[in-house]
Write a protein that binds this ligand. Structure first.
Ligand SMILES: Nc1ncnc2c1ncn2[C@@H]1O[C@H](COP(=O)(O)OP(=O)(O)OP(=O)(O)O)[C@@H](O)[C@H]1O
Length: 343
């Protein structure tokens, strides 16, 4: 378990001005979960994740791994605890002049793993990342996704309990990103490794994370289970992130015209409700016409989650009954009152 307690980090710059990157952040990552931290550029994500293994020592606060505060440890004790923590990076950080095999074997040698074990570990973890045929290849002969696989195998070869992922998919195309996310999910499930990742992409959060924290200006402004944060985002920044999955803006003039003929509603579906043809059902059941204006369904780790913006045309009594019917079916419904409400 990772526990960050009231972490602050202030950088002194050359101009003598201090930059506060972390403002007193507290966070708990349970054993075996995948925890995502999302935020825009400059929010403090990199600083936060680098504080977990003291790559960046916090200015104040405690970093506990399984209850042990790393900030109070001797160099040697810290080195031992760090063995439990692997890390992968956006830029892969591979040795260009070493083969794939050597990229994994050399750090093992440096940390004192016995010669006989090194070969077995390299082979085992290259197999797990599906690169057993690339032992003798150099990094510049690999694609970005393959390079990240080598970096993952290198991190795993130290047999950590925790894997820190610093924007590991940010340099990759969408398909390769999905493959790396699937690999991280497999590692979590099959090896039981706890994963803490930082990202600026909602896609990464929804694909593999159990819980999420949203960062802004060195603070965590919202955190919770992914499904709860997606369906009921409270902070404006979280709402912006969730809205970014439903990128459809309807011209104000069209909204204005439609409003004259009946309500415009936002429907939020979770789980089974996302699979049901709710709008077509209410069109049949009530004397109304429905028209989908925009929407999307995304697959979260555990269940589907969808949002639709629709127009209902009909007499007020019928549209009200239709809305009540939807609510009874487990669909969240909210009326769009103003033209500047977008997603
Ligand atoms: N070594 C440093 N010296 C001075 N300021 C720093 C240093 N590292 C980070 N900062 C500042 O701390 C703040 C948080 O930076 P950080 O890199 O942690 O954010 P981030 O959310 O990871 O953003 P990005 O995704 O752009 O890297 C920024 O204002 C940044 O300029």
């Amino acid at each position: 378990m990772i526990t960050l307690e009231n972490i602050t980090k202030t950088f002194q710059t050359k101009k003598q001005t201090a930059v506060t990157a972390l403002n007193g952040v507290s966070l708990t990552v349970e054993k075996g979960e995948i925890y995502g931290v999302i935020g825009y550029s400059g929010a403090g994500k990199s600083t936060l994740i680098r504080c977990v293994n003291l790559l960046e020592p916090p200015t104040s606060g405690q970093v506990k791994i399984d209850g042990v505060d790393l900030t109070g440890l001797s160099k040697e004790a810290l080195r031992n605890v760090r063995q439990k923590i692997g890390m992968i990076f956006q830029g892969f950080n591979l040795l260009k002049t070493a083969t794939v095999y050597q990229n994994i074997a050399i750090p093992l040698k440096l940390t004192g793993v016995k010669e006989a074990d090194i070969d077995a570990r390299v082979k085992k973890y290259l197999k797990i990342v599906s690169l057993e045929d690339k032992h003798n290849v150099y990094p510049n002969q690999l694609s970005g996704g393959q390079k990240q696989r080598v970096a993952i195998a290198r991190a795993l070869s130290h047999e950590p309990e925790i894997l820190l992922s610093d924007e590991a998919t940010s340099a990759l195309d969408p398909d390769t990103t999905d493959q790396i996310l699937a690999l991280l999910h497999k590692i979590n499930q099959e090896l039981g490794i706890t994963i803490l990742l930082i990202t600026h992409e909602m896609h990464v959060i929804q694909q593999i994370c159990d819980r999420v924290a949203v960062m802004e200006n060195g603070d965590i402004v919202e955190q919770g289970k992914v499904i709860d944060v997606y369906t009921n985002p409270k902070h404006l920044t979280t709402q912006r992130f969730v809205d970014s999955i439903f990128p459809s803006q309807i011209p104000a003039s069209i909204i204005k015209d439609l409003e004259q003929q009946g309500p415009i509603i936002d429907l939020t579906f979770v789980g089974d409700a996302a699979d049901r043809p709710s709008l077509s059902v209410i069109s049949k059941k009530f004397a109304i016409e429905t028209n989908i204006l925009s929407g999307n369904i995304v697959q979260l780790k555990e269940q589907p989650f969808g949002k639709l913006r629709a127009h209902i045309k009909g007499a007020a009594s019928e549209t009200n009954q239709a809305i009540d019917y939807l609510k009874n079916q487990g669909v969240q419904v909210s009326e769009v009152k103003s033209i500047d409400s977008i997603y």
